[in-house]
Design a protein around this ligand. Structure first.
Ligand SMILES: [Zn+2]
Length: 454
């Protein structure tokens, strides 16, 4: 019954209320996924030219840039010609501020999201219902790749607001989740006891899909395995934000009886690529993004290169040739047995963070610290450059921050108070430091637990 309500009322109503056009866009994407390479590139070219024209006419940063480089739209004959435009960095976006926003959208009602600040200052990204429609339609298509249908019962394990809950927004979210048959678990408020309660409920609901931060789903799987004998028997698990490894896939298969589908996105561009049921790499959503990698390798022993992405759908705050800081290996000539010609990414080397566990069974997801810095506005106020949390022992936490200036006492106390609330009895020491080194391996771990091993 809930499935029918979700399919026939929940999803169409969501389109109507948010003024989006997701269902129709996803029907289009159902067709384009089988298009040839040439036809897909032609679609990209049409969308790219429209976006570049708009940028020149309406976005101050691009208007100035295109004039400076003497850019001529007529010379764009293929999506590859985008290389004529200089790379956009996080620092440029930050320094340009409102010059990145389209003048014809500036006073309209817009959605926004905030990027993390672990290795750079956070950004606020604006988009409208047109961009939202494309990105959500890509999600709907991804559900189908996982063998799911719209309306199937699903679980989302994700972070929720930490500071000053807006009850009206929360109520609307709950209604929307109910209508879409989605059961939500707060990744920032998880303990063994709470997970057991959620799991008891899930055995009644019998969801077909769990989606969430990789390590949050993994932690949930460990508890399900320890306290429940029966498998949940899902159709799919999908994870994002963190590197999905073979041991994660194996655990999800053992505990939930299904395959895991890796998904890649970032706040600035949103959904970029995801796996199909052949798991040969992540198919790029070519209808919405132009995906490039830098010519130079990261080092001579590796095939990895820095990622550059263009979002073809965001006309409000356009990201053209944006270097988001991620590193990947592209499988340019590999064909997937599924028959889709959407190009494949082998793997993404994203952010690494451990879950903080306490003796009382609390398991706090590392994204909590990013959300807390952004919600408290501390990351903006002090121009946060980098941070690292280290759990030294079971009840000892060190939080190193690279800021422009010293943290005032009120802000410091506020951070300590929220740590106390979410990690009771934990002793936290906040330090302002000049620099935070990477690991010996060259990787940076933004939340590191010295007591937890997988
Ligand atoms: Zn495939």
């Amino acid at each position: 019954m809930r499935r029918l309500i979700a399919k026939n009322i929940g999803y169409p109503l969501y389109d109507l209320v948010t003024k989006c056009n997701i269902l129709q866009t996803s029907e289009f994407l159902e067709k384009t996924q089988w298009w040839s390479k040439e036809k897909l590139e032609n679609l990209q070219l049409i969308k790219l030219k429209k976006l570049l024209k708009h940028c020149y006419e309406n976005v101050p940063y691009y208007h100035k840039l295109f004039k400076k480089i003497n850019f001529n739209l007529e010379r764009i004959k293929s999506p590859k010609d985008i290389k004529k435009i200089p790379i956009l960095t996080k620092d440029i976006v930050k320094n340009q501020g409102s010059h990145m926003i389209s003048q014809i959208h500036i006073n309209k009602s817009l959605n926004f999201s905030t990027t993390g600040g672990t290795t750079g200052s956070p950004l606020i990204v604006f988009r409208d219902s047109y961009s939202e429609s494309w990105l959500r339609a890509s999600f709907y298509r991804f559900y189908k790749w996982m063998g799911l249908n719209l309306g199937d019962p699903r679980v989302t394990i994700w972070g929720q607001r930490i500071i000053g809950k807006n009850y009206k927004i929360q109520f609307l979210k709950n209604v929307s989740d109910w209508l879409k048959n989605d059961y939500r678990i707060n990744a920032f408020n998880i303990s063994t006891e709470k997970s057991i309660k959620h799991l008891k409920k899930l055995y009644k609901i019998q969801p077909l899909h769990i989606h969430g931060y990789c390590n949050a789903v993994y932690n949930f799987a460990l508890i399900a395995e320890k306290y429940f004998k029966k498998k949940l028997n899902l159709k799919a698990v999908s994870t994002t934000c963190e590197v999905l490894q073979d041991f994660h896939r194996k655990k999800f298969k053992d505990v939930f009886g299904c395959e895991t589908f890796n998904q890649y996105g970032c706040v600035e561009i949103n959904l970029i690529a995801q796996e199909c049921n052949y798991h040969q790499g992540l198919h790029i959503n070519q209808e919405s993004v132009i995906f490039e990698v830098m010519d130079e390798k990261i080092n001579t022993n590796s095939r990895s290169r820095k990622v550059i992405i263009t979002d073809l759908d965001n006309f409000v705050m356009p990201f053209i040739r944006y270097q988001n800081g991620d590193i990947c290996t592209l499988l340019s000539n590999k064909k997937c047995p599924c028959g889709r010609e959407l190009p494949l990414i082998k793997n993404i080397e994203g952010r690494i963070g451990d879950i903080i566990c306490t003796p009382t069974g609390v398991a706090l997801h590392p994204e909590f610290f990013t959300h807390l810095l952004n919600e408290s506005k501390i990351s903006f106020k002090y121009n946060l450059k980098k941070y690292q949390v280290i759990q030294e022992s079971q009840l000892e936490l060190i939080w190193n921050l690279v800021l422009d200036r010293k943290l005032n006492n009120n802000d410091k106390k506020s951070l300590e108070m929220y740590i106390e609330k979410f990690l009771p009895a934990m002793d936290v020491k906040i330090n302002i430091v000049d620099e935070i080194p990477n690991e010996k391996s060259g990787k940076f771990i933004y939340v590191k637990s010295k007591i937890r091993n997988h």
